[in-house]
Design a protein around this ligand. Structure first.
Ligand code: NAD
Length: 370
């Protein structure tokens, strides 16, 4: 079987879907074609792929394979290079109906890895977790870089410097890593989330949880989330959360927001009034900016200063840690690939498999999942 690794062409995308570590495993049984320069932005040179057993080719060579491994969905020109019935694996955005329809029309058998269910068997394929972990780490690095003061408390002959106060909004995979990273830098941390189990996780990392009590059974029920993801909370709970967060934000030096609701715009958690109440020189890093932002003042792909507060709207922070982001992503992809390749190394797609069923967005010209 021929497995292709094209270069990513979307603006700002630095990752690559397979690293030499993974290519070596695949090349033992298959022909692997890597597009020239595909790994350069992730610190992987073509020679490393060749040493791992791949051949280097053109975009047409890589896209023309039986199985194509990608980070982001191919564009129209790239789809045109693919074979009818080719298997495509990547972060294909299952919520983008137009893109799914286009992939179906190209006759692709496409798997969107963001839709991997949150079950134990699928943990090693969970690209959202592997990339969110990196984004959470990098968010703190970006914030520290933008912030004009120290993160740790310092006692020097020239006087004492206070530790930075960091507020984390949304404590899933990215938020937990952001807490751990800010803690290592010596910050004092508070955090908020809707899901009840998060309180204990936050406290175990040495941060303070901002408790917004559930006043009704409905609030408690919605807060549990579904399938490991949050649901949109009732307006009254959101109002009470906003009031508490407003007070905590006034004291914060850095706010990192990561709150997402799958398939919906990101919830607004830091209003313009709250930004106005923050200290001059404070920093907000809005990881949800691509989904509309947790702060309405954040702007995609820009760092803006509003009411004296720097607001970073970098959409995909994992791309700024391209080498490790690619390494983890490629391992996720390899584990997924094992589900569609049988012991004789042939492609076999078991439509009843829970993971394949959840991720298969189109096949045989049909859209299977919106
Ligand atoms: P996510 O990226 O979808 O959302 C980020 C966080 O924002 C979540 O914690 C969510 O609860 C929170 N959020 C949503 N609305 C909010 C609001 N109004 N205020 C504050 N916070 C809000 O979430 P994620 O990082 O992908 O993961 C969520 C959970 O799933 C984590 O606890 C993670 O450990 C778990 N998980 C489980 C598995 C598994 O069991 N296989 C795999 C991956 C993740």
């Amino acid at each position: 079987m021929r497995i292709g690794i094209p270069a990513e062409t979307r603006a700002g995308e630095t990752r690559v879907a397979a690293t030499p570590e993974i290519v070596k495993k695949l090349a033992a049984k298959h022909q692997v074609v890597v597009q020239a320069g595909a790994g350069v932005a992730a610190s992987v040179v073509d020679e490393a792929y060749v040493a791992a057993g791949a051949t280097i080719g053109s975009a047409a060579d890589a896209f023309g394979c039986d199985v194509v491994l990608k980070v982001r969905a191919p564009d129209a020109g790239e789809r045109a290079l693919m074979k009818q019935g080719a298997v495509l694996i990547g972060m294909l955005n299952p919520f983008d109906a137009e893109n799914t329809a286009a992939m179906a029309a190209s006759g692709l058998t496409a798997f969107a890895l963001e839709a991997v269910p949150r079950i134990t068997r699928a943990q090693s394929m969970d690209v959202l977790s592997s990339q969110a972990n990196i984004a959470g780490y990098k968010a703190v690095m970006v914030a520290a870089n933008t912030y004009q003061r120290f993160m740790p408390m310092l006692m020097t002959a020239a006087g004492t410097v206070k530790a930075a106060r960091v507020l984390i909004m949304g404590v899933g995979v990215a938020g937990l890593q952001a807490i751990a990273t800010a803690k290592r830098l010596g910050a004092v941390i508070e955090a908020s989330d809707v899901r009840p189990p998060v309180k204990e996780q936050v406290e175990s990392l040495g941060a303070k949880f901002i408790d917004v009590p559930y006043l009704t059974d409905e609030e408690k029920e919605i807060a549990q989330g579904a399938g490991g993801y949050a649901r949109a909370m009732p307006a009254d709970w959101m109002r009470r959360q906003a009031e508490l967060v407003h007070e905590r934000a006034k004291l914060a030096d850095i706010i990192i927001t990561t709150a997402l609701i799958p398939g919906r715009p990101a919830p607004v958690l830091i209003s313009e009034d709250t930004v106005k109440a923050m200290k001059p020189g404070s920093v907000i890093v809005d990881l949800a900016v691509e989904q509309g932002g947790n702060c309405p003042l954040s702007e995609l792909n820009k760092t803006v200063v509003k009411h004296g507060v720097s607001i970073v709207g970098e959409p995909n922070l994992a791309t700024l840690v391209a080498a490790d982001a690619s390494a983890l992503y490629a391992r996720n992809v390899l584990d997924f690939l094992k589900l569609v390749i049988d012991k004789d190394e042939n492609l076999v797609i078991d439509r009843e498999d829970e993971i394949l069923k959840a991720t298969l967005v189109c096949a045989g010209g049909d859209v299977l999942r919106k």
